[in-house]
Design a protein around this ligand. Structure first.
Ligand SMILES: *Cc1c(COP(=O)(O)O)cnc(C)c1O
Length: 421
């Protein structure tokens, strides 16, 4: 059998297995978007499928691949740790864990000091909510409509999309959902019974929603006044994505607890963390086994995170994110001007960019067009009208130029199709 025929068979077989053993609907959706292929390898900003076709990754694993795919520095650090001791004895001290905790205290804003290291974003949120409740002795949590904080039951309880919430209600905590970026409403809701206010700094899955300058400072004030804990979920916005190490720095707000994950593992290992101000950690210090995790803080993942953070700092990826983000956004704004009937708005901070479309259906068509031309994008999970762009922060100008050209052609086609409808 020819090599290409064999590969085509692998593709068909893999999709069939998804249909039969994972979920027929996801398989159907992926097919509909033209994703009839199997990923094979990746380097930098580029993913190759099994046939050797290349794709510029503008989805970046929802923000996972900030230091690029298969970053050599991260891979090297993980390989060294892998051969020495990948998982912890859990009883002896681990150097990698200590080093990572110190780095997290150094890079997080203000006096955020103590970290608990998890395996994912949702675990970072769960741990933060528990900490806020045990610290305050309160049960009420305020979060935002359209927020995305993960899908385990505690995180889902503070997430703001009915589609994902309703089938599982009643959920946990006494949750009040308020519109994001609406100061009067949140002022009416946060009170002396509030354990925590949890917000994304920029709503990612909600559609790349950027708050006004005074929103987070006002929420900070409100939390100070009522004793509520401010949790900022920077699982997606953290580690350079928005042109700052943490997006909360844009607003000069220091939360009581900050969550990280996604990019923390350097695109190689799954890992997350939540980091808190010292006085908030008191209950966890009194009772250190109040919150634990078997795989949390494992040396392999910690080694990846240390290498990733160092790479972001040493390679100036924060500045790069800001510069490339501006360049990308300007290019997209030009395209928007040519298609005002299709694109409602383009907005973003650093390399976290959203293209807000007037019609939901256009997104699916665009994704298929872009995939065909070798560019990977997706829409945001809580808002299918918004295409999100979150490439590796190491993306080059030439790669951005190519993506812009592909976008330009795809939008021209989309407009033609809309006219035909
Ligand atoms: C992705 C995401 C999460 C959940 O992370 P998982 O690793 O998928 O559990 C939580 N909060 C935000 C803001 C996210 O973007």
């Amino acid at each position: 059998m020819k090599d290409q025929d064999q590969k085509t068979l692998i593709v068909e077989d893999t999709i069939a297995k998804y249909e039969k053993y994972l979920n027929p609907s996801t398989a159907k959706l992926f097919r509909f978007m033209g994703l009839n292929t199997v990923e094979d390898r990746a380097i930098g900003s580029v993913i190759y499928d099994i046939h050797g076709k290349s794709y510029i990754d503008c989805l970046g694993g929802y923000g996972v691949f900030s230091v690029g795919h298969c970053n050599p520095k991260v891979i090297e650090a993980v390989k060294i740790q892998l051969e020495k001791m990948p998982l912890s004895s859990k009883l002896l001290f681990s150097k990698a864990t200590g080093d990572l905790a110190e780095l997290l205290a150094e890079i997080t804003p203000g006096d955020l000091t103590y970290s608990f290291i998890t395996n994912s974003g949702t675990e970072s949120v769960e741990g933060s909510l528990k900490l806020a409740c045990v610290h305050t002795g309160r049960k009420k949590v305020v979060s935002a409509l359209n927020a995305f904080h993960g899908k385990s039951i505690g995180s889902l309880s503070v997430s703001g999309r009915d589609l994902y919430r309703k089938p599982f209600e009643s959920l946990l905590f006494d949750v009040e959902l308020v519109p994001f970026n609406d100061i009067p409403t949140i002022e009416n809701v946060v009170d002396e019974d509030t354990a925590a206010v949890i917000l994304e700094v920029i709503q990612g899955e909600g559609g790349i929603i950027i708050p006004s300058e005074d929103y987070l400072p006002k929420v900070r004030e409100l939390c100070n006044k009522t004793g509520a804990i401010l949790i900022l979920d920077e699982v997606q916005t953290g580690l350079g994505r928005t042109g700052a190490m943490f997006a909360s720095e844009h607003y000069n707000v220091v939360p009581d607890i900050i969550t990280t994950a996604k990019a923390l593992g350097g695109g190689v290992m799954p890992i997350g963390a939540f980091t808190a101000r010292p006085h908030i950690w008191e209950k966890y210090i009194e009772s250190p086994f109040l919150h634990t995790s078997t795989f949390g803080a494992n040396p392999l993942a910690c080694a990846a995170a240390i290498a990733a953070i160092n790479f972001i700092k040493e390679e100036g990826l924060i500045e790069r994110s800001e510069i490339m983000g501006k360049y990308f956004l300007e290019g997209l704004k030009e395209i928007q001007e040519q298609h005002p009937a299709v694109i409602k708005e383009v907005r973003g901070k650093g390399l976290m960019i959203g293209i807000d479309l007037f019609k939901e259906g256009v997104g699916g068509f665009l994704i298929a067009e872009l995939i065909d031309k070798g560019v990977i994008v997706a829409y945001t999970l809580n808002n299918p009208k918004v295409m999100r762009i979150e490439p590796p922060l190491i993306i080059t100008k030439e790669e951005i130029d190519y993506v812009l050209k592909v976008f330009k052609d795809a939008f021209a086609k989309a407009e033609e199709i809309l006219e035909d409808l």
